[in-house]
Ligand binder design. Structure first.
Ligand code: ACO
Ligand code: ACO
Length: 155
């Protein structure tokens, strides 16, 4: 994949810089380790440093999930995630998936805007997902995060 003047590569060795980004999207190291085992880690780099990550994982033969997407906080709101999401849509098309899925917190207003801007629609609510699966409570936008919204894009 290419993205303007930066490089996007499929990576097999996870560095501490990758971990910083991965954990900013998903604070559970255990869950991240689980999906990294069967998922594909794409890293966008600029001048040799990672600036964004995205993990894609096949759920079924026709469904792909974006398990993790994160951008260096110093480079947010410049369209990096929008382009990475478009790359994921392209990847799903090329590999003949019928659906692309992404899950996010019900309190994640920016993420919900971004995913719906790309065309994702809410298809499921996983109630108490963040209470059951995370040791520490997660607060976001002044709210306690409990529920996960699953959004799906038909490819
Ligand atoms: N409410 C609504 N929209 C907002 C808000 C807000 N509070 N803040 C910014 N936006 C808009 C921006 O204006 C922009 O819209 P525009 O392109 O129409 O102008 C859009 O949201 C952001 O788009 P990008 O610039 O493409 O996104 P960015 O590169 O900043 O990356 C991301 C977004 C990945 C969510 C980044 O903020 C990040 O890494 N956050 C921390 C990790 C995280 O939460 N990851 C996602 C978790 S869910 C998962 O991983 C499956
Ligand atoms: N994203 C996140 N939070 C926001 C945003 C935003 N884009 N814009 C404002 N806020 C926050 C404010 O900071 C404030 O939070 P805070 O109190 O923690 O600082 C909060 O949202 C707004 O709270 P209030 O001031 O109590 O709400 P307000 O009196 O502005 O009324 C309402 C909200 C009813 C939605 C008003 O904006 C409105 O009438 N909108 C048009 C009609 C509408 O949409 N009605 C609701 C439709 S659903 C229904 O009717 C059942």
């Amino acid at each position: 994949m290419t993205n303007n003047d930066t490089r996007i590569e499929l990576v097999t060795t996870v560095t501490p810089e990758h971990w910083d980004l991965l954990l900013s999207a998903d604070p559970s190291k255990k869950l991240v380790q689980n999906y990294l085992q069967s998922g594909m880690l794409f890293v966008q780099s600029k001048d040799g440093h990672p600036i964004a990550v995205m993990v894609l994982q096949e759920l079924t033969s026709d469904k792909l999930e974006i398990k993790n997407i994160a951008v260096d906080p110093r480079l947010e709101n410049q369209g990096i995630a929008t382009r990475l999401l478009q790359d994921a849509v392209h990847f799903a098309k090329v590999h003949h998936y019928q659906q692309l899925q992404i899950g996010t917190g019900s309190t994640s207003f920016k993420q919900l805007y971004l995913y719906q801007k790309i065309g994702f629609r809410v298809t499921e609510i996983k109630r108490n997902f963040f209470v059951k699966n995370y040791v520490q409570p997660i607060h976001e936008n002044g709210l306690l995060l409990r529920d996960m919204l699953v959004l799906t894009l038909a490819i």
